[in-house]
Design a binder for this molecule. Structure first.
Ligand SMILES: *[C@@H]1O[C@H](CO)[C@@H](O)[C@H](O)[C@H]1NC(C)=O
Ligand SMILES: *[C@@H]1O[C@H](CO)[C@@H](O)[C@H](O)[C@H]1NC(C)=O
Ligand SMILES: *[C@@H]1O[C@H](CO)[C@@H](O)[C@H](O)[C@H]1NC(C)=O
Ligand SMILES: *[C@@H]1O[C@H](CO)[C@@H](O)[C@H](O)[C@H]1NC(C)=O
Length: 582
């Protein structure tokens, strides 16, 4: 049965398919998939060829260095897919009917047909753009075929497409309850697939809370399982400066939370390389001119209103501090900062994010070089600031990204190359794209993952009653169903829709750290991962919930401490109607 991902029929056909083959679920859903009902087995003896040559893979293989090679990337992808299949797989008892696992899973005693060989063909040649593409510059499409006799093949244009195919391949298999035996019951399998959006990201805030490098690497792995392709690292903010800048070492020496709670150049390179080897582009943000307070600990001469009180008069959250707008020492500082960081970004990314959110005009009353909150004075200064700052980014061969306030609220004119990150709600995307801007959506009504868990601020007696029972500003919690319901191209003309490059799930970390990040991100970012990968047509909670529940078990098996999708009552029999509201 072929399932074209064409409008409406998709959801219906897929649910029919799921009813007939209880355990097959690829997350995010491919554009088209057909499956059968034959059983195939797979083991660690799988041989792989890449463009006709044997690819000698080993478990744990990780490509090294900053010179990316297609075959090394594919070799790493094969190693990880095989690890997922034969080392970190799961017994899907929660997907079978109650007490029926042992009678329904394939018999170990019957003759087993094994998948012994995987043939990978890449039709295009990777270029440096493949490893750091602008939106649209890399072809991530692939086909995956597994026939009944156990022949498996992947065809893709780029090595990135091969990685996406290997991820789908890894999701075909389960572990047998009797031991280390791995099977699919759905052969033959034929998948043709490509993403809907070019920018499918997670915003990871390493400033409000410090995250060990491993925490970021683990998140990159989980993103790859979801076929996501951009990790946006919000590297600095007013609370801490964990990013080491060798030309300005005092920034982290005074601004990190503690000694060692910072990212060395080697750490940053490791994160960037790890991401690229998984088909994920790292995007670094140094937020300016707001969210910059902490730099005052080492460079008070360039910061206005550091830690001013009451903070709520001068910034969105404590401590306050913005870059001064008319201070001659700012440009030499930013030249030095950018001359240090940009050459460490440009080998790995097409973009650099210059921030620009929540610039507080009243703060400029406290800026000795401005001395007013009058926008007639501030906007031209801001314009000059952005022009110079974006010129630094472009000179390094990178495309600037900004938060939407820069053009939308402060009326600053920006280049047509700039990608705008929108967060301020449903109308914003429409008005930005109507003006011809390229945007990505982090609409806080849907895709802010920190929302709805209550205030992180404390309240004295005077404010206690006002804020009781202490919901946060973007309450409620965005559960996966709400996240899944969001269409970033909703209500846009076809021309506007083309300007929506994708989106990012924002995990602002005022109340999130390494111990809780997995549960914050997953499976909710997975829900958005599918929105961004697959066509939105025909998307239903009923169809998605069992697949997402199954995918969540894969995340758990692979060491990602994802939150729960369903209790087993809802998933057993892979029949989500058991938990449908009636
Ligand atoms: C701007 O500054 C003036 C004078 O300091 C103050 O009275 C006014 O409330 C400020 N406006 C805003 C919008 O904060
Ligand atoms: C930007 O322009 C709009 C529309 O002209 C105006 O309402 C708004 O006050 C302007 N904002 C600033 C900061 O000048
Ligand atoms: C699209 O328009 C509908 C109807 O006006 C509205 O309810 C919905 O919130 C809009 N969605 C987005 C994402 O803008
Ligand atoms: C799903 O469950 C519902 C209610 O529990 C049942 O009526 C229906 O037959 C089941 N569907 C399938 C395909 O098993």
């Amino acid at each position: 049965m072929l399932l074209p991902n064409c409008r409406g029929v998709f959801g219906l056909l897929l649910s029919l398919l799921l009813a007939s083959t209880p355990v097959l679920a690829i997350w995010p859903a491919p554009s088209s998939i057909s499956t059968g009902e034959s059983t195939l087995w797979i083991g660690s003896g799988l041989s792989v060829t890449y463009n006709g040559k044997i690819l000698p893979w080993t478990f744990g293989y990780e490509p090294k260095g900053s010179k990316f090679s297609s075959s090394e990337i594919v070799k790493g992808g094969v190693a990880r897919a095989m690890k997922s299949i034969v080392q970190t797989n799961f017994v899907p008892w929660m997907l079978y009917n109650r007490m029926e696992l042992e009678t329904t899973e394939p018999s170990l005693l019957k003759y087993k047909t094994y998948i012994t060989h995987l043939d990978i063909t890449q039709s295009g040649t990777d270029t440096s753009k493949t490893f750091k593409p602008l939106a649209g510059e890399v072809d991530e499409s692939y086909t995956l075929n597994v026939d009944k006799s156990g022949k498996a093949s992947i065809k893709a244009v780029s090595s990135t497409g091969v990685l996406r195919a290997l991820e789908s391949f890894s999701q075909l298999f389960f572990q047998h309850s009797k031991g280390p035996f791995f099977y699919t019951k759905s052969a033959p399998v034929s998948i043709t697939d490509k993403p809907e959006y070019d920018h499918r990201g997670v915003l990871f805030d390493v400033s409000r809370s410090f995250f060990p490098v491993d925490s970021i690497l683990r998140t990159i792995d989980a993103m790859a399982y979801n076929k996501m392709n951009r990790i946006h690292i919000h590297a600095t903010d007013s609370q801490s400066w964990p990013l080491e800048i060798p030309a300005l070492p005092e920034l982290h020496q005074k601004g990190a939370y503690a000694q060692g709670k910072s990212y060395s150049p080697a750490d940053l390179a490791k994160i960037q390389q790890y991401a690229i080897n998984r088909g994920i582009q790292p995007i670094i943000e140094i937020d300016t001119p707001g969210h910059f307070g902490i730099a005052a600990l080492s460079h008070p001469e360039i910061v206005a209103g550091w830690d001013s009180a009451p903070w709520s008069a001068y910034c969105a959250e404590p401590p306050c501090g913005q870059i001064r707008l008319n201070e001659p020492r700012v440009d030499p500082f930013l030249d030095k900062l950018m001359n240090d960081i940009l050459p460490r970004v440009s080998p790995y990314s097409a973009y650099f994010h210059t921030g620009g959110d929540e610039v507080n005009f009243n703060m400029y009353n406290l800026d000795p070089t401005v001395g007013t909150n009058d926008s007639a004075v501030i906007v031209p200064l801001l314009q000059k600031f952005i022009d110079k700052h974006h010129a630094r980014v472009r000179k390094a061969g990178l495309v600037p990204m900004v938060w939407e306030e820069i053009p939308a609220d402060y009326n600053v004119t920006i280049g047509k190359d700039v990608v705008i990150q929108s967060w301020l709600g449903d109308e914003a995307i429409a008005s930005l794209t109507a003006k011809g801007h390229k945007v990505i959506s982090s609409n806080y009504n849907y895709w802010y993952l920190d929302c709805g868990r209550g205030q992180w601020l404390n309240f004295g007696q005077a404010e206690f009653d006002t804020f009781y029972p202490f919901p946060d500003w973007c309450s409620p919690y965005k559960n996966w169903r709400l996240i899944y319901s969001y269409n970033p191209r909703a209500n846009l003309t076809a021309e506007q829709a083309k300007l929506v490059l994708g989106g990012e799930l924002a995990a602002w970390s005022e109340s999130i750290d390494d111990a809780t990040i997995d549960d914050i991100l997953w499976p909710r970012a997975s829900a958005a991962g599918e929105v961004l990968w697959s066509s939105p047509e025909g998307r239903t909670q009923l169809e998605a919930s069992t697949r997402l529940a199954e995918f969540r078990e894969r995340l758990i098996a692979r060491g990602i401490k994802s939150g729960t999708v369903h209790m087993p009552y809802c998933t057993q029999g892979s029949n989500s109607t058991a938990c449908q509201y009636l």
